[in-house]
Design a protein around this ligand. Structure first.
Ligand code: FES
Length: 157
């Protein structure tokens, strides 16, 4: 069996119990796998995942390619997702993006030189009433201002 930690395998087996077939647990399991394997799916991780779930490699590769939450190249220690959809846009998301570029030297898809974070612009993250907002890994930061962004992102270094 693929070289995953015993902790990860235990969690995946737990997931399998919740679904009628193994394959149905692939998406939630992939979040756990991505975390364990440094935040992205290398070709080896894709192979290992496919082996674990007894599906063709291309099945896992297709999921990695389709969903923005999965990465097919190395990312920084954290992933920052700034919402760019209408509510956030109307409340200053574009200005915040420009501010992040000026202050931290990264635009969409780029990683800071020190590897602290990868920055990505995202479609609606589901918290429009507290726009503009961003996610740092799984943590929400809402009603953003440039000062708040500096505090949060500066703290990742
Ligand atoms: S538009 Fe930004 S969270 Fe919905």
């Amino acid at each position: 069996m693929a070289d995953f930690s015993p902790e990860l395998l235990a969690k995946v087996k737990d997931l399998w119990k919740r679904y009628p077939e193994r394959k149905a647990a692939l998406l939630p399991a992939m979040h756990l796998i991505q975390k364990e394997r440094g935040g992205w799916f290398s070709p080896e991780t894709i192979r290992d995942t496919a082996e674990l779930f007894e599906v063709p490699d291309i099945h896992v590769q297709g999921i990695v390619g389709f969903y923005d939450m999965f990465h097919d190249e190395p990312v920084g220690r954290h992933v920052v997702r700034l919402c760019k959809t209408l509510s956030c846009k109307l409340r200053g998301a574009d200005e915040l993006r420009a501010h992040i570029k000026r202050t931290f030297g990264v635009d969409h898809g780029e990683t800071t030189k020190d590897g602290a974070f990868t920055f990505r612009c995202f479609e609606c993250l589901g918290h429009c009433t507290t726009a503009p907002m961003m996610l740092v890994d799984e943590e929400r930061h809402e009603n953003l201002t440039a000062e708040k962004v500096d505090r949060v992102l500066g703290g990742l270094r």
